[in-house]
Design a protein around this ligand. Structure first.
Ligand SMILES: Cc1cc2nc3c(=O)[nH]c(=O)nc-3n(C[C@H](O)[C@H](O)[C@H](O)COP(=O)(O)OP(=O)(O)OC[C@H]3O[C@@H](n4cnc5c(N)ncnc54)[C@H](O)[C@@H]3O)c2cc1C
Length: 383
């Protein structure tokens, strides 16, 4: 497997990094401070061909590779973590589910709007009673002639308060294979949002209520076998999530290393202390391991062009832990200033913590890795 990053890829990473720096000269801004979603940045990404990077040109994408998308989210995430949300939304999250399964002109139009930066989708999967065990979801969808009717409730929807469309995972019947998905526009009659809430890192989320939400059946994204098919695409979201942890960890490491050369205690810079040097070495080692596993997950695709579940789970687990470990070690290296509200490390620490729950918690990932192993789908020797 070739992990080389070529000149063209480097140029795109530079472009992405420079756009982010222009938009946010202060690297670490939490969404609580930013105050509003960066619609203008999303549109700028669209103008520069950085939305739908590895989606086919036939659906409005750029026709590049999944690794190209990873490199861009990593480049932006390491200099302006909150702006990487814009890359996430237009390349990794709900957009992928729509791109993979949209069969109607209505949904193809929604996809075009997302890629143009004029619509914003959110994944509506988690429910008050159902998180990790997603196959037990209760939100119901029923077909009535040429209409679909949705009832239920979702929670923890990232960007829920500002999204224009929700990919709602819903049950068309009691059997496990009857889980599917419906794309619900925010202005659909019967749809309402709960009060704005915040994750501890500042991103907005809210509850979503579906009370006899009736739409043309064109908005049905998947009727059958939704869990299996959606999770296969959701693995791309997980790669994006892993790359965000990696990028945040890189930023934590860069800040810590710089601080160690500048901060003098007892007449010596912090960088002279072996105990702290080892922390830096551990951060570098774990982040490098995470990077290689993420790149493997992005490059080693199955016959359908999808990443392999075991590669993704191993990469996300390693990156989520490496990113948070780097944030935590960096906080320690900054001492009291790292533990102060509003410091850069404060935000990085809180944000990396969230990636350990979002998109498949560490426990769910470990379960998945073991399941794949016992099914004989994880070779002991690579290749
Ligand atoms: C930052 C962030 C962003 C999110 N964005 C979205 C979003 O956009 N859309 C959306 O739908 N949801 C979103 N979520 C919700 C997320 O998907 C759920 O929080 C996650 O699936 C866990 O579900 P839960 O919170 O109900 O925890 P539970 O399922 O109640 O689990 C509680 C704890 O038990 C552990 N656990 C559960 N089952 C097992 C098991 N079988 N073995 C071992 N341990 C287990 C879990 O890992 C967890 O630590 C987001 C969450 C976070 C933190």
């Amino acid at each position: 497997m070739d992990f080389t990053i070529n000149a063209e890829q480097r140029a795109v990473m530079d472009l992405a990094r420079n756009l982010a720096l222009k938009h946010s000269p202060t690297p670490v801004v939490s969404w609580s401070d930013a105050g509003k979603f960066a619609w203008d940045f999303v549109r700028e990404l669209a103008e520069h061909g950085l939305t739908g990077i590895d989606l086919p040109e036939s659906v409005g994408g750029q026709g590049q590779t999944l690794l190209d998308s990873v490199l861009v989210i990593e480049a932006i995430g390491a200099v302006a973590p909150h702006l990487a949300d814009a890359i996430h939304i237009t390349n990794f999250g709900a957009v992928r589910q729509i791109a993979a399964f949209a069969e109607t002109e209505t949904l193809a139009g929604v996809l075009r709007e997302i890629l143009a930066g004029t619509a914003l989708p959110s994944i509506a999967m988690t429910e008050p009673e159902v998180g990790s065990a997603v196959s037990h979801l209760r939100t119901a969808a029923r077909i009535e002639r040429d209409r679909v009717v949705v009832n239920g409730q979702k929670i923890f929807n990232t960007n829920g308060p500002v999204a224009t469309h929700y990919v709602v995972w819903a049950r068309f019947g009691p059997a496990p294979q009857e889980v599917g998905a419906v794309v619900v526009p925010a202005d659909a009659p019967g749809f309402s949002r709960g009060a704005d809430e915040r994750f501890i890192s500042g991103e907005p989320h809210c509850a979503l209520h579906f009370d006899e939400v009736e739409l043309p059946a064109d908005y049905v994204l998947l009727r059958t076998d939704g869990i299996r098919r959606m999770i296969s695409i959701f693995n791309i979201e997980r790669i994006g999530n892993a790359a965000r942890s990696l990028a945040l960890g890189e930023l934590a490491l860069a800040l810590a290393q710089e601080h160690m050369t500048q901060r003098i205690t007892g007449g010596k810079p912090l960088s002279a202390h072996q105990g702290l040097r080892w922390k830096i070495a551990d951060m570098r080692t774990r982040l490098d391991a995470a990077r290689l596993l993420i790149y493997r997950a992005a490059l080693d695709l199955d016959g359908n062009g999808a990443p392999r579940a075991s590669n993704v789970a191993i990469a996300k687990l390693t990156a989520n832990e490496a990113g948070f470990a780097a944030a935590d070690a960096s906080l320690q290296i900054f001492g009291g200033s790292g533990y102060s509200s509003g410091s850069a490390i404060d935000y990085i620490w809180r944000r990396t913590r969230g990636w350990q729950i979002a998109g498949g918690s560490l426990e769910v990932l470990r379960n998945r890795i073991a399941d794949e192993m016992f099914k004989g789908r994880v070779p002991a020797l690579w290749g």
